[in-house]
Design a protein around this ligand. Structure first.
Ligand code: 5GP
Length: 235
């Protein structure tokens, strides 16, 4: 299998069913229209993802995570990925503002789960179960992904709350492992989640880059410190 290079990660298949996921310092937003590099972002995202995968595994959620394989690299189990992004939302932000007549920052009475078809040329359109079934993804699989996504939300929402952070929303990707199980893949990092400081409501995620809200590395470092209790060494 070939090396695959995405916008923020490189995927390097090994010959034993494992894959190296290398996190780059590149940041992109708005379909790749906005681009920049932040020294240390790859390291922070790799470490934060590893930490959160461990939290989830400890709470019984199956993920592709195996271990850390160097500064910016994780080693993970190879999955056959679904071309879907599963988004869970607790608080109104981002694209939800264009869909519902609710103000940014409004806490939702229950989490909202959304499905998007992962395709840059179509700009990752939002889809429903009917669309997904036409793409060959069965109802049982969709329900399993949504069930796991809501469980991930329960675990991480509480985990972050205890650390003074609001988990506003996040995006997950799933795949099937060689044993036929649906497991959590990709990453869980400030590139793929919205985190707000519970007191100041300051963003500790990629919105800092998307909307020029300050220094991205300082925000990611603050998040790292809150969850690991350690001050990250500057890369
Ligand atoms: P929204 O739909 O509001 O733009 O995004 C909702 C949540 O999912 C945010 O936490 C956002 O970071 C994440 N998300 C949605 N689509 C993508 C994507 O294509 N790439 C990344 N990195 N995150 C995404």
């Amino acid at each position: 299998m070939d090396v695959y290079e995405g916008k923020a990660k490189k995927i390097i298949p090994l010959d034993d069913g494992k894959v190296i996921m290398e996190f780059k310092d590149d940041a992109t937003a708005f379909d790749g229209d906005k681009k920049a590099q932040f020294r240390g972002k790859g390291w922070l995202n790799a470490q934060i993802s590893a930490h959160l995968f461990r939290v989830l595994e400890e709470n019984g959620v199956k993920t592709h995570f195996i271990g850390i394989a160097g500064d910016n690299r994780l080693i993970v189990e190879r999955l056959k990925m679904y071309p879907l992004e599963v988004v869970v939302r607790n608080v109104v932000a981002g694209s939800l503002k264009k869909r519902l007549p609710l103000e940014e920052g409004t806490e939702l009475p229950e989490p909202i789960v959304e499905l998007y078809y992962k395709d840059d040329s179509l700009h990752d359109p939002m889809i429903n179960h009917h669309h997904a079934r036409v793409l060959g993804i069965g109802e049982v699989e969709l329900e399993e992904m949504e069930r796991i996504a809501l469980r991930v939300n329960e675990i991480l929402r509480e985990y972050f709350k205890e650390r003074g952070i609001i988990l506003v929303d996040f995006k997950l990707e799933f795949g099937k492992n060689p044993r036929g199980e649906i497991v959590l893949g990709d990453e869980i990092s400030p590139d793929t989640c919205r985190f707000w400081d519970a007191e100041t409501k300051e963003s500790l995620d990629k919105d800092v880059f998307r909307f020029d809200k300050g220094d991205l590395i300082s925000a990611y470092e603050k998040l790292y410190e809150r969850i690991t209790g350690e001050v990250p060494a500057r890369r």
